[in-house]
Design a protein around this ligand. Sequence first.
Ligand code: FAD
Length: 461
Amino acid sequence: MLRICRVLCSRAGPSPGGWQPLSFDGGAFHLKGTGELTRALLVLRLCAWPPLVTHGLALQAWSQRLLGSRLSGALLRASIYGQFVAGETAEEVRGCVLQLQNLGLRPLLAVPTEEEPDSAVKTGEAWYEGNLSAMLRCVDLSRGLLETPDPTGTALMQLKMTALMSTRLCKQLTSWVRRPGDSLELSPERLAEAMDSGQDLRVSCLNTEQTRHLQASLSRLHRVVQHARAQHVRLLVDAEYTSLNPALSLLVAALATRWNSSGEGGPWVWNTYQAYLKDTYERLRRDAEAADRAGLAFGVKLVRGAYLDKEREMARLQETEDPTQPDYEATSQSYSRCLELMLTQVSHRGPMCHLMVASHNEDSVRQATKRMWELGIPPDGPVCFGQLLGMCDHVSLALGQAGYAVYKSIPYGSLEEVIPYLIRRAQENRSVLRGARREQELLSQELRRRLLGGRAMELRA
Ligand SMILES: Cc1cc2nc3c(=O)[nH]c(=O)nc-3n(C[C@H](O)[C@H](O)[C@H](O)COP(=O)(O)OP(=O)(O)OC[C@H]3O[C@@H](n4cnc5c(N)ncnc54)[C@H](O)[C@@H]3O)c2cc1C
């Protein structure tokens, strides 16, 4: 009862009297246990230590040799794995999600697939077919985790396209899409038709083997989306590198023509837009207008972008223009413009346009909530928020308590599957982990408060 009162009292944001900014001062930590807060503080401190992130895999191998795999596994489970991963079995994932739901947060499951193995060429389609099975299971799990038994309730799930299709083929399609005048042969409509009918597709830029792989990949994508649609699970396609993204967007556009049409109750397939790319705002504007003209529902996950260092390195090696914004401020400005554009779209198109504000940044989240209030967009409508499991709980909890729809992106799987994935994510998100200082301060503050509060009680007794 006391907890419910506290939650209601600390609600902020949309109110009939006027705009009240949300407070991200860690007040919402009272909902979490001391053990959880202590682990979060220790793990975030560890992750902010650059050598651990740089040499993560080597350190893991070294600790396995020194301590044995059982002890080193137990240590990882009690620390990094426990902080950022939901668990290994469906039961463990359910337990983690139940805890989140009790805190007002929702799950966004992500199958943690690593880059395709070098041997993918030799193993043929087997690696991608294995990933397809994992994704179909993830759809079922996402559906089963829905809080409401309402059969029309919807869940969200992340989808990494390069788990179903080779990066080599994506690069090939990207260069084809970029060639002026040549792209008609690979129009979204033609790809959608091939997906639906399963009929052979002839593409002049691909050889027989590549065409076969494209056909098999289209069939995999079709099966995932078909199953997700039947289970009422919306698929949020991840954005990756600029060498792949045009191909991924082409495939999303093909899926959208089939699954995001107005009668379907979608959008069922969303794309991700990375604000750190110089051309993102224009692309987003064009795509939003095109969806509107075609009467298609439009779903967007808006992120800053995770592959900054690699994009710059690639541009340097290929002696091409750096596609990323020159500095952090420019990325934030771009994020803010894209956010404004999408919120305006949502206010015009209502449930035909959905947005996930996928960011840990307090200013971006504040901007979104303020503009939602000004534009009359309900907190639990077509706009939602996304943060990673184990990161920025002070932001997620404050949003959840204020009645906004907040999703935690949740990887799951065995230690062996997930640790390499986590280390790579940590390497891509170094700046975020370093920037988690404020979260560390808030965690220390709350733990100090509890410790001193406990001492004061003891002294009084
Ligand atoms: C639910 C969810 C889904 C995600 N999905 C994807 C995805 O599909 N694809 C993807 O790429 N990322 C994805 N991300 C990661 C995301 O792109 C960011 O890396 C991460 O969220 C950090 O950005 P921020 O807004 O949270 O935090 P902030 O700390 O405010 O921003 C950090 C980001 O700013 C940018 N930045 C930092 N320094 C500079 C600089 N010098 N110059 C230019 N820009 C700079 C980088 O993009 C960096 O990641 C996802 C994140 C979440 C929470």
